[in-house]
Design a protein around this ligand. Sequence first.
Ligand SMILES: Nc1nc2c(ncn2[C@@H]2O[C@H](COP(=O)(O)OP(=O)(O)O)[C@@H](O)[C@H]2O)c(=O)[nH]1
Ligand SMILES: [Mg+2]
Length: 265
Amino acid sequence: MNRLQKKRATYSKIYKRIIIVGHPNVGKSTIFRRLCGDNSIIYNYPDTSIEIGVGWFMEDNKVFEVIDTPGGNSIYSNSEDDSIIRKIILENEDSIILQVTDTRNFKRTFLYTLELSELGLPIILDFNMADEMRARGISIDFQKVNEIFGINAVRTTADEGEGIDELKEAILTSSPPNFQIKYNDNIEQVINEITDVFEKNKKFSRAYANFYLFLPESVEEIFKDKYPEESIAKAKSISKIVYDCFDSPVEIELTKLKVQNAINI
Ligand SMILES: Nc1nc2c(ncn2[C@@H]2O[C@H](COP(=O)(O)OP(=O)(O)O)[C@@H](O)[C@H]2O)c(=O)[nH]1
Ligand SMILES: [Mg+2]
């Protein structure tokens, strides 16, 4: 039994797993420590030197396991950190996503939230560093964030433990976002066709289709154990149609559409 398995053996059945994601230095690990205290370990993700935190806490008589990930920028990027975050999410398809952010760059934050929304998992958006927000006179319209994304948004000062109870409450009541990026008709049609291929897993099928459009190579490894070869080949050939629609690389075009969505928020 390795250290992680030993740790997991100390708590009973996990009710939900929470994956903490967000840009670097926004306070993810501080939130993680606040939630889990001493009930946590740090380990290296297999075959890498990337440190992942795993811990747990109890709320409402339920065990929540928390995974603390390195700083990310996009679930569609191929950097080592982003690839591992993507793997962790895809390995834990029944999780809750806790996106931690700070006051620095809301467009960057919402772009990430948009991408995460496409996964269809419950999301909580935590505006951490509330102390700095106050010092700089920034206020957040939580109602608006909730209206746009249909997700719980909270405010914390992780360093001081402010807002952690509200965060736990938001975790308990989290639900999948009701926001979805609308691409143009051609792309939507292709996404729908690929979605049909992955129909077996309804919740994730649109996200799978998106991964196919953005970076087929990097998800093939994950999908090949889950789906028959014909399905993967079919998804691949459908996604080619999108590649042929654009003059420039498809990921640039799709990112442009997403940025446009983020700017409109
Ligand atoms: N002012 C302030 N600093 C914070 C807060 N939360 C975390 N920090 C600090 O921000 C830095 C980065 O925190 P860390 O948890 O390592 O961020 P991570 O890279 O997202 O995991 C550390 O120096 C923390 O002490 C907060 O709510 N307010
Ligand atoms: Mg960290």
